[in-house]
Design a protein. Sequence first.
Length: 142
Amino acid sequence: MNFQRGRQKEEPEINLVPMIDVLLVILIFLVVTTTYSKFATLEINLPQSSAEQVDQNTNTNNIDITVDALGGYTINLVPIKSSSIENLRNALISAAGDQSDPLIIINADAKATHQSVITVMEAARLTGYNKITFTTETNRTD
């Protein structure tokens, strides 16, 4: 005998509210315990040099350019009045004289701006001088 004829079967239902609560608690836990690190800085390992000192007096094909910390320029110990690229280009041409491709030696102060060194390089490029080098100071422990 079936006594439950008129009674319909109840569909089981899943209550989602407790499951959502548990997932939100897990999400909040993950957000709070996660460490965020910024990768805005670059780690650069610069190459090491053990160059030998070169005697600069043997080559008369050199043009020495000095850049001071304030952005002033001297070419072969002669101060340049204006620091524009055109004036530097004209001063390089007059310092080179009849040399076709002299060696440009840039002596920049450690506190000189990057732009002032690039200005010298641009002036040398405009004159067609492709041999550019930089001088450094080594730490001597005598």
